[in-house]
Design a protein around this ligand. Sequence first.
Ligand SMILES: *[C@@H]1O[C@H](CO)[C@@H](O)[C@H](O)[C@H]1NC(C)=O
Ligand SMILES: *[C@@H]1O[C@H](CO)[C@@H](O)[C@H](O)[C@H]1NC(C)=O
Ligand SMILES: *[C@@H]1O[C@H](CO)[C@@H](O)[C@H](O)[C@H]1NC(C)=O
Ligand SMILES: *[C@@H]1O[C@H](CO)[C@@H](O)[C@H](O)[C@H]1NC(C)=O
Ligand SMILES: *[C@@H]1O[C@H](CO)[C@@H](O)[C@H](O)[C@H]1NC(C)=O
Length: 480
Amino acid sequence: MTVEAAGLILPSDVLIIIMANLDMEDLINLSYTCKFVNLLVHEFGWSLYLKYNVRPSFTLQLARRSWSSFDQVRYDVASDRCWAQAKFNARPLSHPWRNKYQPKIALSASVLLVAANYTIYAYHITHSSSLDDGVPGVSYEGSYSFTDRPAITSITFIPDRHSERTVAVGFEDGRIHRVFLPHFQQEQSNNKPLALNIERDPPLALRIVDVIESLTCSDNMLLSLSSFGTAGLCNLSSDSPLVSAINLDCRSWSSFICMKSSTPFTAFGTTSPNPLVVHAVTPSSLSPAPFAILHSTHERSTAVYDITNAPPSAPWGSSKQVIVSGWYDGAVQVHDLRSGWRDSGVTGTPAPLRPMLTFCDPWSDEPIYSVSCGGGSSSVVGAGTARHSVVAFWDVRRPTEGWSVHAPGNDSSPVYSLVLESSRVFGVTQSRPFVFDFGPGVTKDTYPFLPPSTRSQHDSLKLNKNGVGYCVTQYNHSRT
Ligand SMILES: *[C@@H]1O[C@H](CO)[C@@H](O)[C@H](O)[C@H]1NC(C)=O
Ligand SMILES: *[C@@H]1O[C@H](CO)[C@@H](O)[C@H](O)[C@H]1NC(C)=O
Ligand SMILES: *[C@@H]1O[C@H](CO)[C@@H](O)[C@H](O)[C@H]1NC(C)=O
Ligand SMILES: *[C@@H]1O[C@H](CO)[C@@H](O)[C@H](O)[C@H]1NC(C)=O
Ligand SMILES: *[C@@H]1O[C@H](CO)[C@@H](O)[C@H](O)[C@H]1NC(C)=O
């Protein structure tokens, strides 16, 4: 079939090729030209658009499979716009806990986990078969606790052929276990944690007597880091998982593994003259010596508390070789392993790599405890800071126009863990998990309903006028 537009006669396959290069407004205008082209845009145009404008998300992943391409674009455009205007609904996901913890978050397409001390709180992702039925949300499912185990210090999802509910859990005593989290039965909804017994399974990796600070997984490779610097690499699809172990010989905080890069690598955040180092991963080992040392622009940069990949749509292209890190001095640094911009006059090899971009909140030099990337236009870097439950955001395309927000409840706590998706930010303070939702269609049922707190759970929360989000304090970094 062909179409006649502006005197041109084009076959539809040529039109489809042209569509791949069009932006939103062009596609909309094109769809108005005639009925046939309108169909073509709906059939091919919007799915091509989505292919080149990715918005990765865990909680929307399953629902999006049943949304039309047009609905997905509609959702993305609306949430990108809200990010640009810093407009969102803030919701706590629970009342504050009785004690203060250093919790960790893990998120998959079907469940959100919050591990605090001995307990794992589970929220399942609700489903939505079309955008008009509402957006998927999270709903509290129940909690798990381990019998006779010390506190949980780290948690990450690991691949499992049969379910999305398998995690690696690191404990205070240095053990790492592979744990399947069973679904809750209806009758278990009596608030009692479901007891898990894992003693039958041998621990993964090596047994060390040291706190597991960090666990990260990429493909089938699990990386662990203990507080005194023992790093272990496991191949989870192998019968004898431990591939290799190295010792960094310094107080260690954070680790990151990326197997999808052209050169698979691990990055370690420590406290030492070189607090951020990158080691190569080969199929048989973890290299004991770094192939890159990543420096800060600041003099008193002494520790790196979190490491992640750069957001997918950055001006430097979607590369797995760009690393974002959160530092003790309050800076978020972006390093490109492909760059040749090195510190001169420094002895030792390899010569340290300088950051290509640095983000700071000029009003706060609090340490950065957590970093995560994604957000509006897939261009946002988020950072959880050490005090007042503040999360800072920067769009990599406008690095000087950052802004910050306090989590609902304004807890005087660090934000210990943070996960950014295309339209949602999940975080956790010493007292509870929370979410900022920038997407359309959020209702009071999208997230758990919190009945007004009793006197024993003092909770300084105030609902917004829309009855959906809670009041939070926001500020621009460039305020005058
Ligand atoms: C799309 O159409 C509108 C209205 O005709 C026009 O103002 C606008 O410039 C067009 N956009 C592009 C990118 O051609
Ligand atoms: C876990 O809870 C116990 C008792 O409340 C406390 O002593 C311990 O410090 C907590 N550990 C962590 C890691 O929060
Ligand atoms: C992990 O182990 C499996 C099974 O032994 C092997 O096929 C695979 O290549 C290993 N993966 C890596 C990255 O070494
Ligand atoms: C939250 O705390 C900050 C600083 O501690 C303060 O400036 C702000 O007014 C507080 N916001 C609310 C809603 O209490
Ligand atoms: C932050 O800046 C934007 C525009 O740059 C403005 O619309 C917004 O009102 C400002 N917010 C605050 C809290 O100052």
